[in-house]
Design a protein around this ligand. Structure first.
Ligand SMILES: [Cu+2]
Length: 441
């Protein structure tokens, strides 16, 4: 149930948005004051948001010190970035996306929006395209090289979606032409769907956009102007796997980390303990869970595995898991197995189930320090919010007694950067002590 006050705020917002919509252009807003962790939305004024994306080439950095030639989308007012901007709109918005084709080699390109209906291209229905022999060349109306096309659609249902190239998809999507589209429900921006049980903590909204790279495909395109195209799609084989366009350990660096200038999106999930009202009922604890929006733009299943406890799967492919009468069909999952092209919406939380602390110690004898292997994130104390002196010669990255729990793709061969293991789609869940804490966050 949402609060009456919230309804009034929404009415006011709708009125303000209506006034704003009278203007001829809906300006694009890169999220001001980008948080260090969590989803970074690019927005534009509701109810007629408009975005302009430029498809172009650029480079990203990989964990094995390699750099990789990519194609990707950047805001036309900005620069190359990978993956493309996360476009966040509201349910029932009429969304316009102008695609500016600045790809190399004279290539044409297009955008498709899986899950969106009646997509228009320059005001007429977006259509598949065929070559003179009747072979399909594009799933959507394309923009010739150096030109642009404007797509529009009504975002008729909330959820997590993909946008990606619809032209020569076996090449253009693996080369990096994809991004996320998030449609917020009318119920409110702190809900995933129009269901009360889909409410989450707004500052605890995360994305895990999973992708893959065959470096030989990318290198072949990079060098093709000089030596001609030397790549056979039948030999496609990914050697890098990525989360939000980064591999571990870059994946846990902040959003907009300065040393990753074209890879703005971190994947560290940073949350606070959950008030479950059974073991812990403390107003400093959070009353709603966090949400992770999983997206697979690759060609394989990515069985992602958030360690520690189950996630609650509440939606897939932009549909809430509910029965015909609205029955709750969400289910808990230990391993979130995202198929190619799928999106999964998963709520998760951290219970301080036993309320362990120095005054309520864990009922086992802890090993002596000399018998412990102390990881770099250990605080010196097993208790949340406590820091103790570390043994001589041991340093820690722990800031305020927080916990770190690894989350990773459980197809272990994908935890790899071209032969360098323990990389790729690995990130952490960071549980901070309840506020106020020494981290101030
Ligand atoms: Cu594991």
């Amino acid at each position: 149930m949402h609060k009456p006050k919230f309804k009034w705020m929404r009415l006011l917002m709708v009125f303000v948005m209506g006034v704003l919509a009278l203007g001829p252009l809906a300006p694009v807003h890169a999220q001001s004051a980008v948080p260090t962790t969590g989803i970074v939305c690019t927005t534009s004024d509701s109810p007629s948001p408009s975005f302009s994306l430029t498809a172009q080439s650029g480079y990203i950095q990989l964990p094995d010190m390699n750099t990789m030639y990519m194609w990707s989308y950047g805001l036309s007012s900005g620069s190359f970035q990978h993956p493309g901007p996360v476009l966040c709109v509201n349910e029932d918005d009429t969304v316009s996306v102008t695609l500016v084709n600045s790809l190399p080699y004279g290539l044409s390109t297009s955008l498709i929006f899986p899950g969106q209906e009646d997509v228009q291209a320059n005001g007429t229905p977006s259509q598949p395209e065929f070559d003179g022999s009747g072979n399909l060349t594009s799933l959507a109306t394309s923009a010739a090289n150096g030109s642009s096309v404007t797509y529009s659609f009504v975002a008729s249902r909330p959820g997590t979606f993909i946008y990606e190239s619809g032209t020569d998809t076996k090449t253009q999507v693996p080369m990096g032409l994809f991004g996320a589209l998030i449609v917020r429900p009318t119920t409110g921006t702190d809900h995933v769907y129009n269901r009360p049980d889909s409410q989450f903590m707004p500052e605890e909204e995360f994305m895990a956009l999973l992708s893959e790279i065959d470096p030989y495909q990318h290198q072949a395109w990079e060098l093709s102007a000089n030596v001609g195209m030397n790549y056979n799609l039948n030999t496609y084989r990914a050697r890098y796997w990525m989360i939000n366009g980064r591999g571990f350990p870059d994946s846990i660096a902040d959003n907009n980390a300065t040393w990753l200038p074209s890879q703005p999106y971190g994947a560290l999930a940073r949350i606070h303990p959950f008030n479950n009202a059974v073991a812990i009922s403390d107003p400093a604890y959070h009353p709603y869970p966090a949400v992770e929006r999983f997206i697979n733009v690759g060609s394989e299943e990515y069985p992602f595995h958030p360690h520690g406890q189950n996630g609650l799967v509440i939606g897939r492919d932009g549909y809430p898991l509910e029965g015909p009468g609205g029955e709750d069909l969400s289910f808990e999952k230990f391993d979130v197995n995202i198929g190619p092209g799928q999106t999964w919406d998963v709520l998760f939380k951290w219970h301080d189930a036993e309320n362990y602390s120095p005054s309520n110690p864990v009922p086992v004898t802890l090993p002596d320090l000399v018998n412990l292997t102390i990881g770099m994130f250990y605080s010196g104390s097993p208790y949340l919010g406590y820091q103790e002196t570390m043994p001589p010669g041991i340093s820690t990255l722990n800031q305020c007694g927080e916990y770190y729990i690894i989350s990773h793709n459980h197809a272990l061969f994908q935890l790899d950067a071209f032969g360098q293991t323990m990389s790729g789609p690995i990130t952490y869940l960071r549980v901070d002590p309840p506020l106020p804490n020494n981290c101030g966050q």
